[in-house]
Ligand binder design. Sequence first.
Ligand code: ADP
Ligand code: MG
Length: 255
Amino acid sequence: MPTPLLEAQEVVKHYGQVHALDGAAFTAQAGEVVALIGDNGAGKSTLVKILSGAVAPDAGRVLIDGEPVRLSGPLDAQRRGLETVYQDLALAPDLDAAANLYLGRELYRRGLLGRLGFLNRAAMREAAVEAFAELGVSLRDVGVSVASLSGGQRQSVAVARAVAFASRLIFLDEPTAALGVVQRGHVLDTIRRVRDRGITVVLISHNMPEVLAVADRVEVLRLGRRVASFTAARTSVDELVGAMTGALDTIGEAA
Ligand SMILES: Nc1ncnc2c1ncn2[C@@H]1O[C@H](COP(=O)(O)OP(=O)(O)O)[C@@H](O)[C@H]1O
Ligand SMILES: [Mg+2]
C-alpha cells in the first residue's frame, strides 16, 4: 500500500464517561472514495472532527502523507487541502447561499492602488449558481438567506462549499440525510466527479446501498474502534451490517 494521504492511529477522545473514540484507526488513500460506517454513537462524527482539526484528540496520532501533524483548527486543515461538511453543517443562517459558499474566503474587487476593495458579490453569485447547478440544485435565488432554505438545500450549499475549495480531501458527514432521491443521486454523481479529479472523499452514510454504489473501500467503526475494512466490490450489505453490529466478528479484514 502507498503512504496514505490521511491516517489516524490509536485516537482516543472521551467526553466525561463517554468513550467516543477508544483507540480508533482510519486510513484514506489519495484519490479514493472511502466510506466510514458504524452504528449511531460509534464515533464517526467525532473522528471526522478530529481529522479535520475541529476537535483535539486526548491521545493518538493524525498523519498526513505519513507525517504526524497537530492540526491547530479547521483553518489549518483547510490550508492543507482538507474540506469538511460537518453533520451539523456549520453554515451561517443569516447569510445567503452565495455568501455561505465563500464564508471566510470572500472574493474582492481590486480597489484603488491594488488594495482590496469591495466584496465582489457578482462574481461570488455567478460561481455559486454554477456550483449549485453542478449539484443539480436549483436555488430560486442564491441571494436568499440560508435560514429560509430547506434542509436538503442547506445540505447542498454545504457540499458545494466543500467541493469548491477542496484540493486534496473532502469529509462528507451524512451529506444526503436530508435529501430526496433525485438530489441524493446528484450528490453521489458529484462525489464520483470529485474523485475523478483526484480528490479523496470520506463519506459517512447510513445508506448501505449508497455506500456500495459510490465507495472504493469501507471502514467500519464500532464503539470507538475500527473493527473492519472492506473493498467495496468484494463485500455486501449483509457483511457491512454484520461488521457494524458485531454479528459477524470473524468476517472481514479486521484491522
Ligand atoms: N461534544 C460532545 N459532548 C459529549 N458527548 C459527545 C460529544 N460528541 C459526541 N459525544 C458522544 O460520543 C459518542 C460518539 O458520538 P459521534 O461521534 O457523534 O457518533 P456517530 O457520529 O458515529 O453517531 C456518542 O455517545 C455521543 O453522544
Ligand atoms: Mg455522526
